[in-house]
Design a protein around this ligand. Structure first.
Ligand code: MN
Length: 424
């Protein structure tokens, strides 16, 4: 086990027991403040952000071979491209720097004030420049539910589904960081009984509860990544809301798949939790039957036990948790997704985002989209203010959260939040 993951570790920074960001987490992000509007790299701990440039100046990264001003960047791309040998060393040494053994730093309040920024006083920015975004479809429960609703209950999964991780190339330009509002998309739709399509604001706007992984390395065109190598290419994970306009999707998706129903906006959480911090939370994947082809076989535990939840908060109203799911339900794991994605020689880039697909669990209260929760609008959700939700209304905010918990350590992802504004 990595030293930084030791459940006994405590920090000289105060961390409340239910915090997503104990010393065992140390996720990376990009932030700025009113006082210092220069975007820079930070690491979350408790309710604070460690300004990594200041930490480095105080000796936290001494002895690590880092380029000049590597923490004064407006994205993590250059940092994560240094490779895991370096970035893990930074996490390990930062853990020592923040641990109780270094609590003498508290004797100098001015140093501490420069080093730690309150999260409430900072603005989080999108943590990576994302060259490419791919969205998979890797939850069997989700794919089955959609197949039952849109096609044939007897043959809900298409014949390819258990043989390869189905995916499509998404749109990177419209991925925004948590807290960025999104306007309801307009588009072409056609009701089943309408003689012709029409154009207007989507009436069936939905969220998709997903997680995404960020690659920290690139490959040459023509090369493939094996399932055994895959995790060395994965820097870390985020929460991801793949907003979807179901009415636009239904009309446009044949035969090439999602397009304008998906690319009007996707929301990601600002903190990238490293695979190393998630190490203690590995679990077995669901049994894959029939057996997969050799290039998709893998060894060991490649799945992670990550509790997920979705809350809908109306404007000026009380929120309601509409789903509690878990990343461990994923049929296809990240190593298989990356191996499949590169099996034809497709090259990957540093900062690419690969999303899981909607993460639905086995029961209706664990479904990862309103499409499934309300079963195409047939079972509306009752909100605390007496209103109903079949899909997402204007001025609703959707908040996704995620955390792992074991041996008294809680590794969280913070929030992935987005408010839907009326169509422009
Ligand atoms: Mn999706």
């Amino acid at each position: 086990m990595s030293r930084a993951n030791n459940p006994q570790l405590k920090s000289w920074v105060e961390v409340k027991p239910n915090s997503d960001f104990p010393i065992q987490n140390l996720p990376f992000g990009i932030f700025k403040t009113d006082k210092d509007p220069e975007p820079r790299i930070g690491v979350a701990i408790g309710e604070f952000i460690v300004d990594m440039n200041v930490a480095s100046g105080l000796g936290a990264t001494d002895g690590i071979d880092l380029p000049f001003n590597i923490f004064l960047k407006d994205s993590l791309n250059d940092f994560i491209a240094l490779g895991k040998r370096i970035t893990n060393q930074v996490r390990e040494q930062l853990s020592v720097f923040l641990s109780e053994s270094n609590s003498s730093i508290l004797e100098n309040p001015i140093i501490v004030e420069n080093l730690l920024v309150k999260q409430s006083e900072a603005q989080m920015l999108i943590p990576v420049n994302i060259p490419n975004y791919t969205d998979f479809y890797s939850s069997k429960e989700h794919a089955t539910n959609v197949g039952i609703m849109f096609r044939d209950p007897a043959n809900a999964l298409l014949p390819n589904w258990k043989h390869l991780p189905v995916g499509y190339h998404g749109r990177a330009s419209s991925i925004v960081v948590s807290g960025t509002p999104i306007h309801r998309p307009k588009g072409q739709t056609k009701a089943d009984d309408a003689p012709a399509p029409s154009f207007g604001p989507s009436k069936l706007l939905d969220f998709e509860l997903e997680m995404g992984f960020i690659t920290g390395r690139k490959t040459k065109l023509g090369r493939s990544i094996s399932t055994a190598e895959a995790e060395d290419y994965i820097f870390g994970m985020v929460l991801f809301n793949d907003w979807s306009a179901r009415d636009i999707q239904k009309w446009e998706y044949v035969p090439l798949g999602p397009f304008l129903a998906k690319n009007f906006g996707s929301t990601m959480s600002p903190w990238i939790v490293t695979i190393e911090a998630l190490e203690p939370f590995r679990v077995e994947s669901p049994m894959q039957e029939p057996e997969v082809l050799p290039y998709l076989k893998f060894e060991g535990k490649k799945n992670f036990d990550i509790n997920l939840e979705v809350e809908i908060i109306p404007e000026n109203g009380k929120g309601k948790t509409v789903s509690r799911s878990n990343f461990k339900y994923m049929y296809w794991n990240m190593a298989q997704q990356l191996a499949h994605h590169t099996s034809n020689g497709c090259n990957i880039q540093t900062g690419d985002l690969y999303a899981s697909g909607t993460i639905s669990g086995p029961t209706p209260d664990s479904y990862g989209s309103m499409l499934e929760i309300s079963w195409q609008g047939k079972n509306p959700i009752q909100m605390p203010d007496g209103t109903e939700r079949k899909f997402i209304l204007d001025n609703d905010t959707v908040v996704m959260k995620g955390y792992c918990e074991k041996d008294g350590v809680r590794i969280g992802f913070g929030e992935c939040s987005g408010k839907i504004l009326p169509a422009l």
